[in-house]
Design a protein. Structure first.
Length: 117
């Protein structure tokens, strides 16, 4: 397999964004469950399951287009997405340690992406 083109990379990162959105639905479901709100809990659990189903189908399409090691290494970008969603949607903070950790992960992804045959 050759290095993925722009279309394949866009599909890969769109798929990973869907995966990260599923974690947002899970967080909201957990918050609703903690508040004793069962209908919203079930709705967000359903949205999480749906997002994971979409992700799993898209992931199979991605794996048909590129090597597993290349695609899986890019999953590290989910660390950035979930941290950003945490800050924007839930008021979480990014500490210096978290920022350094995210940077290390992104550098690792960059190294694999630029050195893949």
């Amino acid at each position: 397999m050759t290095k993925p083109n722009l279309k394949s990379m866009t599909l890969l990162h769109g798929t990973l964004l869907v995966y990260s959105v599923a974690s947002v639905f899970a967080k909201v479901a957990g918050l609703q469950m903690g508040a004793g709100s069962w209908l919203p809990t079930l709705i967000f659990l359903g949205l999480e399951v749906f997002a994971l189903m979409v992700y799993s189908v898209l992931w199979q399409v991605v794996l048909k287009r590129m090597p597993l090691s290349f695609a899986y290494t890019n999953k590290g970008i989910c660390t950035l997405w979930t941290a950003l969603f945490g800050v924007i949607l839930f008021g979480e903070t990014i500490t210096l340690g978290k920022a350094i950790g995210i940077l290390v992960v992104l550098i690792g992804v960059l190294l694999v992406v630029t050195d893949h045959e």
